[in-house]
Design a binder for this molecule. Structure first.
Ligand SMILES: Cc1ncc(C[n+]2csc(CCOP(=O)(O)OP(=O)(O)O)c2C)c(N)n1
Ligand SMILES: [Mg+2]
Length: 343
């Protein structure tokens, strides 16, 4: 006789070890990143800020990655589109706005770097620089240090697929493979490097490159937040078990132009962009949460109102905050006593 109890099937996020609250928090952060990004684009068009590089279409992979990492131990080397990632490890919308407006209290660079150049000691985000891919050897070096010190921390680095064609990527990956360092290298393959489409960048698969370096390479749908969480979790487990690095290729599409200085319709069609909106991870994940019975249109309306209030407040805060002092221009350039309002 079968027992008279209905055993509820576990949902996919439960199978991955995520609670309902965590699954919903991932959605909140994806939407927050999207709305922050839309506001930044608007501020640039309104002439209030100079420049913005958008991460629209890439939020799912970024938020998923952050949820699979240990925020008290791991080191993070995100790239310039990673708003979803930095928000998920604790950067506030106010802090992003301070960077966007180039203000003194910006924790990333005291308002001296372009927005999207993250760096924050408090959040274990290692300062990045503008030449793309330089963060890969940095991340591998940090991972080597963790291994030598026998710490169970992981170094996580992201970059674009175009950037994976540079020497720094090869050198970093090769060294990571030889020394089996605890690093996770995530390529956000958004199909374009400015105007150059993927077909003119790489003949093979980015993930297959890992074979040559002697560690696993995984290709994942970068718009599927739970799938990215799954592969990221496995990669972190491998790293802390001492099994070395993992290369993750998260496939997505850059829904915005390269930056606010780019006219993307000079090299791709509106039809192509419109067709890719169908793969957007945000409505897909919302539909999943609703299917699980843990999200409703009322929840959605409340979330959007809360996010709008947060972004409105942060926009005013960022706009009104003071600019850096000219005499602080050389702060943190040369070795000296700690100074300035940012770290
Ligand atoms: C070494 C170097 N070369 C060129 C540039 C100019 N540049 C900035 S972003 C970019 C495209 C990068 O494309 P991809 O790696 O695919 O990242 P995506 O912008 O698509 O996220 C280029 C060429 C740079 N910043 N650094
Ligand atoms: Mg790209």
């Amino acid at each position: 006789m079968t027992p008279d109890v209905t055993v509820r099937q576990k949902t996919k996020h439960e199978e991955l070890g995520l609670t309902n609250a965590q699954a919903i928090e991932m959605y909140r952060l994806m939407v927050l990143a999207r709305k922050y990004d839309e506001r930044a684009l608007l501020l640039q068009r309104a002439g209030k800020i100079n420049f913005h590089v958008s991460g629209i279409g890439q939020e799912a992979a970024q938020v998923a990655a952050a949820f699979a990492l240990d925020h008290s131990k791991d080191y993070f080397l995100p790239y310039y589109r990673d708003y979803g990632f930095v928000l998920s490890v604790g950067m506030t919308v106010r802090e992003l706005m301070l960077a966007l407006f180039g203000k003194a209290q910006d924790p990333n660079s005291g308002g001296r770097q372009m927005p999207g150049h993250f760096g924050c000691k408090r959040l274990r985000i290692v300062t990045g620089s503008s030449p793309v891919t330089t963060q890969v050897p940095h991340a591998v070096g940090i991972a080597l240090a963790a291994k030598m010190r026998k710490e169970d921390s992981v170094s996580f680095v992201t970059l674009g697929e175009g950037s994976s064609n540079q020497g720094d990527f090869h050198e970093g990956c090769n060294f990571a493979g030889v020394h089996k360092v605890p690093a996770i290298i995530m390529v956000q393959n958004n199909q374009y490097a400015i105007s150059v489409p993927i077909a003119k960048q790489v003949a093979g698969r980015i993930s297959d490159r890992a074979l040559g370096y002697g560690f696993p390479g995984v290709r994942v749908d970068g718009c599927d937040v739970l799938e990215v969480f799954r592969v990221m979790t496995e990669a972190r487990e491998r790293a802390v078990r001492g099994e070395g690095p993992t290369l993750i290729e998260a496939v997505m599409y850059r829904l915005s132009p390269h930056s606010t200085s780019d006219n993307d319709l000079a090299y791709r069609t509106k039809e192509e962009v419109d067709a890719n909106w169908e793969k957007d991870g945000i409505p897909r994940y919302k539909a999943y949460l609703m299917e699980c019975g843990i999200w409703s249109e009322e929840d959605e309306a409340k979330l959007l109102a809360d996010i709008k209030a947060t972004i409105d407040e942060a926009t005013v805060y960022g706009e009104q905050a003071p600019f850096p002092q000219p005499e602080d221009a050389l702060a943190h350039v040369y070795a000296e006593e700690e100074r300035g309002t940012w770290q």
